[in-house]
Write a protein that binds this ligand. Structure first.
Ligand SMILES: Cc1ncc(COP(=O)(O)O)c(C=O)c1O
Length: 389
């Protein structure tokens, strides 16, 4: 191993969101960033950019575009055309801009729950009507409800907001699954906005597929991704959209411009950091994946004799754990997390359409972020397993 993932980094002084208001002594396993230091190659690149000292109006060069395209070709084994990609200020930002060009206030927008909280919130924040296609939970795994999806489009929904790989369930949708979705969406002249922020974190034989690769729906799809999860660079606010349809691409670029963002001119430090990560970061990613995969093994073994049920996800560094057996309400879970475990996962209710602040149902899952140093993970698992003994 070249890189040392065992070494913790003090993130409280950085103002890391998961650490700032955390009481002393609690191990955070919530919020999907990593407890790993940024790879040295990107740090060196930023030092070089700072040393050079040109921070005027600077745009994406061919080298920057090719870095993204080569990365996709190498990792996903698919070729994306240069003219199909645009630079964005991040995934959520780009998904919301995509929604703004595909719908108008009052339109119905489908989200598939359980889902990453800000994605659930997106339609309502933008004065659209959120409609839910709940994933089918069967034998510990999640599947798309095609019949309900079709009904929702039949009843006027305009857009499906997808997440692939899916956060929090960890599903990596297959080509066949996405083709079936694509056929339904196409039949009703709908669109897909696909959040692919976790696309570089896939396990075993699973392969990330984007609807932008699937002929039946490519022209009606917009995919958004970034280095946020791949290289733990969520603080850079830079990313990429794949928009095969030229008309939609122009609308997206114009919509960004209307709020002051010029697509081919991301913040220069962030842009060069992204290019450095895509061109020099593969080894770091491989080692990080191997390390986190061992974290999954460790955690699954540790939880095996507890009422917390989980299996290795197909993608993401997040472990979605079934706690139905415990029949805890939100308050009970909160008390156990803070007072007994002193370990903080994300409660499953965060990923539901119910307003999490007033959620009153039993807590059905917790989500554990496993991208953290092994010694910290061992301590966290000790605390949780001791509680159940
Ligand atoms: C599915 C998903 N989309 C978007 C984001 C955040 O995107 P960004 O890095 O652009 O803020 C996250 C972060 O947890 C995520 O899990």
């Amino acid at each position: 191993m070249i890189y040392n993932f065992d070494k913790p980094i003090d993130r409280r002084i950085s103002g890391a969101v998961k650490w700032v208001d955390l009481p002393e002594g609690i191990i955070p396993m919530n919020i999907a960033d990593m407890e790993f230091r940024l790879m040295p190659e990107v740090i060196e690149e930023m030092k070089a950019v700072a040393e050079y000292g040109d921070f005027g109006y600077i745009g994406m060069t061919e080298t920057d575009y090719q870095a993204v395209l080569n990365w996709i070709e190498k990792r996903r084994k698919v070729k994306v055309l240069r003219e199909h990609i645009i630079a964005t200020p991040g995934v959520l930002y780009a998904a919301r801009i995509a929604l703004s060009i595909l719908t108008k206030p009052g339109d119905k927008v489908i989200v598939q729950t359980p889902l990453h909280t800000p994605s659930i919130a997106t339609p309502c924040i933008m004065d659209r009507i959120k409609v839910e296609n709940r994933l089918i939970y069967k034998d510990g795994n999640y599947y798309i409800d095609y019949d309900n999806l079709e009904d929702l489009f039949k009843n006027g929904a305009k857009v499906l907001m997808m997440c692939a790989p899916q956060n929090p369930t960890g599903r990596v949708w297959t080509y066949d699954e996405l083709s079936k979705v694509g056929e339904i969406v196409n039949k009703y002249n709908g669109y897909i906005i696909c959040d692919e922020i976790h696309s570089d974190i896939v396990w075993g034989d699973n392969v990330h597929v984007s609807p932008t690769q699937i002929p039946v729906i490519a022209d009606r799809s917009i995919a958004v991704f970034s280095t946020s999860k791949t290289f733990n660079m969520g603080g850079f606010h830079v990313g990429t959209a794949i928009v095969p349809n030229a008309d939609l691409r122009k609308k997206m670029v114009d919509a960004f411009y209307s709020i002051g963002h010029v697509c081919d001119r991301p913040a220069v430090m962030c842009l060069r950091a992204q290019t450095a990560a895509y061109t020099k970061g593969e080894k770091w990613l491989e080692e990080m994946l191997a390390y986190v995969d061992n974290n999954f093994d460790y955690t699954l073994k540790a939880l095996a004799n507890t009422p917390i049920k989980a299996t290795h996800p197909e993608g993401t560094f997040l472990l979605w754990c079934d706690i139905n057996e415990l029949k805890w309400d939100a308050e009970k879970l909160r008390q156990v997390m803070f007072n007994d475990w002193k370990v903080l996962p994300d409660p499953g209710s965060y990923y539901d359409t119910k307003d999490w602040a007033v959620y009153e149902g039993p807590e059905h899952h917790i989500r554990l972020n496993l991208a953290l140093p092994r010694p910290t993970l061992i301590e966290a698992m000790d605390r949780i397993t001791k509680y159940f003994k």
